[in-house]
Design a protein around this ligand. Structure first.
Ligand SMILES: [Zn+2]
Length: 274
């Protein structure tokens, strides 16, 4: 699933291209992609409107339309947003196509069909239910070390699960949670309330460092992810533990271990992480 660095990379690749384009027509090939309103009203409301901005919160893409509408997109497992020339071949996995002016198109491509789109009035965005329970974005400036430490207070769950909890911090998924915990030297089954001051600080710094480094390398492509131009990420070549079961730890040479936590694969170094 695309996590914060992948969604941010998509944002950065699309932003200079789609802003200023007018939506001439919309074709919805999979009704279930459009969560609200109805696909008919969705298409009718957006037709003729201009794309005015692009933003992100956690794993959500926020496309600003005209002055009063917002399109909230979640890519889930396999969603892609691709900016292409009109007349380029259309994949059978294209679920929604936005036909833009100046001979351009934006394709929402989604093999597994779990991706979603909501059209929301801009002034009602704060009331959009998924946003009401979403935590600070992992890169939010307001999320400084002292705020992070305050948020950890009273949390008794395992630290890996907490990093994945989007209402705690938005944007981190399984790959980056594994990498962040390795970089901070924290065993993933530790409970949040067992972390001392130094460990909390290391966790915070590793979160910022790993995410920024992954964005710099255009995210991680293990299977499906590509940016708005169809380019793969490069961070899969820089993963320290994720997907490296049995291979030597890059820091100490001990073999990387894989366990299951909450149904997800957790990779860690039993020597560096305690
Ligand atoms: Zn190690």
């Amino acid at each position: 699933m695309p996590e914060l660095p992948e969604v941010e990379t998509i944002c950065r690749s699309l932003e200079p291209k789609i802003i200023g384009h007018r939506i001439e027509k919309i074709a919805v090939f999979n009704d279930k992609t459009i969560k609200s309103p109805s696909p008919q009203l969705f298409a009718a409301s957006l037709q003729g409107e201009e794309i005015t901005g692009l933003d992100r919160w956690g794993k959500y893409l926020i496309i600003e339309i005209g002055s009063s509408l917002v399109l909230v997109v979640h890519l889930r497992m396999t969603g892609r947003l691709l900016f292409v020339d009109a007349g380029d071949s259309v994949s059978k996995y294209a679920r929604v196509i936005f036909y833009l002016d100046q001979g351009k198109e934006l394709h929402f491509h989604d093999v597994r069909k779990f991706g979603t789109m909501h059209m929301v009035k801009r002034q009602q965005l704060d009331d959009f239910p998924p946003f009401q329970v979403l935590g600070y974005d992992a890169l939010d400036q307001r999320l400084n070390l002292s705020v992070f430490m305050d948020m950890l207070k009273g949390r008794r769950g395992q630290v890996k699960g907490l990093l994945l909890n989007q209402s705690f911090i938005a944007g981190i998924g399984n790959i980056y949670a594994n990498e962040i915990l390795w970089k901070s030297g924290i065993q993933p089954q530790r409970t949040a309330d067992s972390l001392n001051f130094r460990e909390q600080e290391r966790l915070y710094q590793a979160m910022r460092d790993i995410i920024e480094l992954a964005i710099k390398h255009h995210g991680t492509t293990l299977r499906d992810y590509v940016d708005g131009d169809g380019n793969r990420g490069e961070f899969q070549n820089m993963l320290s533990v994720h997907g490296r079961e049995g291979e030597p730890c890059l820091s100490c040479g001990e073999r990387v271990v894989k366990i299951k936590q909450g149904g997800r694969g957790t990779y860690f170094c039993p020597s560096c992480q305690d």
